[in-house]
Design a protein around this ligand. Structure first.
Ligand SMILES: [Zn+2]
Length: 170
């Protein structure tokens, strides 16, 4: 067991060797995921298992866990999203080889170059993110008041406030 993650790894050789890796990756290194995050601060806990199954398929299985800050699409405030992804990737050298892969695996195309673990993890994180993040069970989560209601037409009463008053009347 290695308690840090290398930047790059020869996945095929690591699968041959049956390596287990555990460590943390900084969110800031998941460059392609950053535009979807409210904050690049923080780390994810990563656990990886590389090996060869009984069918001879080389695989990379693992999990990524941690907390992400996403923007709630209803109230436009940050929300904490607990990420907990598990994956099983079958290592393939070509598209043709991926056709023959057991459906227990998603194909991961590898090249002669050592793979960037941050890149592999970024893909898994992107797949796991909700398309429309929304707070759940948060009473303050409401659509924000738009600019024209607060600044330009500040004299005019917010229609939602009027509605709220109406609802308060017995
Ligand atoms: Zn919200």
């Amino acid at each position: 067991m290695i308690n840090h993650l290398p930047d790059r790894l020869d996945l095929y050789a690591a699968a041959e060797a049956g390596r287990l890796l555990r460590g943390r990756v900084e969110l800031a290194r998941l460059v392609r995921a950053l535009p979807l995050l409210e904050s690049p601060d923080g780390e994810l806990e990563v656990s990886l298992e590389l090996g060869r199954d009984e069918d001879g398929t080389h695989y990379l299985a693992g999990s990524v866990r941690g907390k992400l800050a996403l923007l709630c699409q209803r109230c436009l405030e940050p929300m904490e999203y607990p990420l907990d992804v598990t994956f099983r990737l079958g290592l393939v050298h070509s598209q043709e080889q991926s056709q023959g892969l057991s459906d227990r695996y998603e194909p991961l195309l590898i090249t002669a170059e050592p793979a960037s673990l941050a890149e592999v993890l970024t893909d898994e994180v992107l797949l796991a993110l909700p398309i429309v993040p929304l707070h759940s069970g948060v009473s303050t989560c409401r659509p924000p008041v738009t600019d024209c209601q607060t600044s330009a037409n500040s004299q005019r009463e917010n229609p939602f406030a009027v509605l709220a008053k109406l609802k308060q009347k017995p």
